[in-house]
Structure formats: C-alpha cells, structure tokens
Design a protein around this ligand. Structure first.
Ligand code: IPE
Ligand code: IPE
Ligand code: MG
Length: 246
C-alpha cells in the first residue's frame, strides 16, 4: 500500500487505449469502451479507499466529436448507463460528482442525468470525481479569457488584478487543487488538450497498459512511482531535503 502521508491530493487520468484493446481481440471499438467502464469503477473505488481528494477522468474531448457518429452515440449511451447505475454507490461512498468541459454540448438525456447526479451528490465529502466531458483545455482557457476580458471591458476588473489565482478560479476546475499526478494509459506520450494550465507542475506517468487492462494494481503502481519522485518546483534538491528534515 502507498505511503498515506504522501498521497497525491488530485490525480488526473487520460484513459486511452480502449479501441486498440478491442481491435487486438478482433472486436469493434465499442467493446473496448464497455470494458473501459469496468476500469473506471475499479479506479474510482481504489481512489476512494486510499482517501485521495480528487480524481479527474478524461472521458471525452472536444476533438472526440470528430469520431464517427455511431462511436460518439455509443460513448454517450455508456456514459448515461454508467451514471444511472452508479448513483447509489456514489451516495453510499460519499463520492461527489463534478464535470469540466462543455456539458451543454452533450445530448439532453446525458445532461439531465449528469445534472441530477451532481445535485444529489453535491454534499458528499469523500472523493470528488470530476469527469472531463466535451472537454478541451484550450477551449476552457479561451472561455476564461473571454469572461475576464468582458469584465475588464465593462470596467469591473483592472488588468493588473488578473493573477494566477483569479485566472485559475475562472477555469472549470475552480476549487480543486492542481493535479499532483497525471496518468496516461495506452502508450502515447502526449497531453491531447488536457488540463494544460493545471498540469504545469504535475508529475507525469505514462504507461503502455491499455485502459481496459488498467486496474487497482496499475493505479497503485502509478502512485508508488509518484511517491519516489522529488518535487522540486524550481528549487534545488538540497533545499527540498533540508526542508523535509525540518
Ligand atoms: C479512449 O480510448 C477513450 C476515448 C477517447 C473516448 P480510445 O477510443 O482513444 O482508444 P484508442 O486510442 O483508439 O486505442
Ligand atoms: C484523449 O484520447 C481523450 C480521452 C481519453 C477522452 P484520444 O485517443 O482522443 O487522444 P489522441 O487523439 O490519440 O491524441
Ligand atoms: Mg485514443
């Protein structure tokens, strides 16, 4: 088990590799997405048990709208059934659901169940499960920028009042600490428009394991790896070890 005193507060995951997992077995991609839901359940459970504060899962990107219509529909259907089936569990386990991204672009049925689940779990104080849906980091940064520009243009804000904190508070992740650890499964070493602002100083962990094969052991291995790292934030290694000894 990981060292409880050095747990990441916020873990973000790019859940990638569902399609390849299915194709390897000669199945259609949707089979991979279905199998991926099991990994989501396992990782959420594990994060909750460890006492991690927040888990952000990249489930659907702004770019994913370009996939074939049938795959998009399938993914939306899976999201809907996942949410419907998990509400009781979320209530039992004190999981609070949040989202980031343009959820107004999702089909009305999915939006309704998302909004209902968020409202019902709003008072839960265990794990914050933040689903990135129709999410793109550039889109999020632009929305925040436009909002602040409008405030400034209307005289309610001085440009010099725009600090990192104020800007961060305009993002969809407002109120969450920046991720300490970002995991990407599926073997690609890229960010694919995920949390570009928030990941500035996160520890990055890339694994070849495809998302449907990613489970508790893999999650614990990623956290173990994170705990071996020295986070220097621009300082020297000596400064950090002196501090730790204090
Ligand atoms: C991730 O798996 C799920 C989503 C992007 C929705 P992919 O569907 O991207 O799987 P690969 O990368 O094609 O294997
Ligand atoms: C990133 O995966 C988005 C999600 C996991 C939801 P993609 O499979 O869409 O990323 P690219 O296109 O390979 O960069
Ligand atoms: Mg992919």
């Amino acid at each position: 088990m990981p060292d409880q005193s050095r747990l990441p507060r916020h873990v973000a995951i790019i859940m990638d590799g569902n399609g390849r997992w299915a194709r390897q077995q000669g199945n259609p991609r949707i089979i991979g997405h279905q199998a991926g839901v099991r990994s989501v359940q396992e990782v959420v459970k594990c994060a909750r048990e460890l006492g991690i504060k927040a888990l952000t899962l990249y489930a659907f990107s702004t770019e994913n709208w370009q996939r074939p219509g049938s795959e998009v529909e399938n993914l939306m259907g899976l999201l809907q059934t996942y949410l419907e089936s998990q509400l009781d569990k979320m209530l039992q386990n004190q999981v609070q659901l949040r989202t980031c991204g343009r959820i107004e672009r999702l089909p009305p049925k999915v939006r309704q169940i998302l909004e209902r689940t968020m409202a019902k779990t709003a008072a839960n104080d265990g794990l914050i499960l933040n689903l990135a849906l129709s999410y793109g980091s550039r889109d999020e940064i632009l929305r925040a920028t436009r909002h602040l520009a409008l405030e400034a243009a209307q005289g309610r804000l001085q440009p010099e009042e725009i600090t990192e904190e104020l800007f961060g508070a305009q993002l969809d992740t407002s109120g969450l600490p920046d991720p300490d650890l970002m995991i990407r499964t599926g073997g690609e070493a890229r960010l694919s428009n995920f949390l570009l602002w928030q990941l500035s100083y996160s520890e990055l962990y890339f694994t070849r394991v495809l998302w449907p094969d990613f489970g508790r052991e893999d999650f614990l291995a990623a956290i173990g790896d994170y705990q071996q790292r020295q986070r220097r934030f621009g300082r020297t290694g000596e400064q950090i070890s002196d501090r730790e000894q204090e």
